[in-house]
Design a protein. Structure first.
Length: 236
């Protein structure tokens, strides 16, 4: 966990980090830590609560209790994780038990994010992560850029619904791209439906991107440009 301090901190001043698993910000902290601070320096804390999706974290200056900041955070295990995305309708869902909401953690079937765009904003994905995209429809108002890469041994997987209705992304403009993968390598796009797009996805020429059971139509260009290698479906 990182935090940044700014301002006229004197040498030897400390900060208290408190955390709670309750949703109420006024709840009693479950743990705390004091750290010596240096101005403007990000520090790695040693508090190590168990992975979860509903922590409240509070940073309090020990010299001045009025100086504090509170934030909701999701704490993820230090390794590959499962993420969940769902639209606003529960019809034909197979992965999620709730509809998507951008305020959700995205870390559980009962708390899916509403869009990939918000998932990308809130988390940095790592090799081996799996993003379960439930049955639904997403109208893209701009090209969706992917930012994080997997590895050859552990791709980042984006897994669409197994329901016939599918996980559909509609660019709404056959002169524009749906997905932009030019900055990333070693992804796996599985069972997604991409419609009304120019080239539905463009990816890094030197990368290896796996495209499995994806369907594209109403496109003005060849369906998917995947880079140098199209790999077979990864194991489930």
């Amino acid at each position: 966990m990182y935090w940044i301090t700014r301002g006229p901190w004197a040498g030897g001043e400390t900060l208290r980090l408190e955390y709670s698993t309750t949703a109420a910000r006024t709840g009693s902290p479950r743990g705390s830590e004091r750290r010596a601070l240096q101005p403007g320096l990000a520090r790695l804390g040693h508090v190590q609560p168990a992975p979860g999706s509903s922590y409240i974290v509070r940073l309090v200056g020990n010299g001045n209790g009025a100086a504090n900041a509170v934030s909701s955070v999701g704490i993820i295990a230090n390794g590959p994780a499962n993420f969940y995305v769902n639209d606003a309708h529960p019809t034909n869902d197979v992965y999620c038990s709730a509809v998507g909401n951008e305020s959700n953690s995205g870390l559980a079937p009962a708390a899916p994010k509403a869009t990939l765009k918000r998932l990308f904003r809130d988390y940095q994905l790592i090799a081996g992560d799996r993003v379960w995209i439930d049955t639904g429809y997403w109208r893209l108002d701009s090209t969706l850029q992917f930012f994080d890469s997997g590895t050859l041994a552990a791709k980042i997987r984006f897994i669409g619904s197994t329901n016939a209705a599918g996980s559909k992304f509609d660019r709404g403009d056959n002169q524009q791209n749906a997905f932009l993968l030019s900055l990333v390598d070693n992804l796996s796009l599985e069972s997604l439906k991409i419609v009304n797009s120019c080239t539905p996805s463009t990816s890094k020429a030197a990368g290896q991107t796996c495209v499995t059971a994806c369907r594209c139509w109403a496109a003005s260009c060849p369906p998917i440009i995947t880079g140098r290698s199209i790999l077979p479906a990864p194991p489930t």
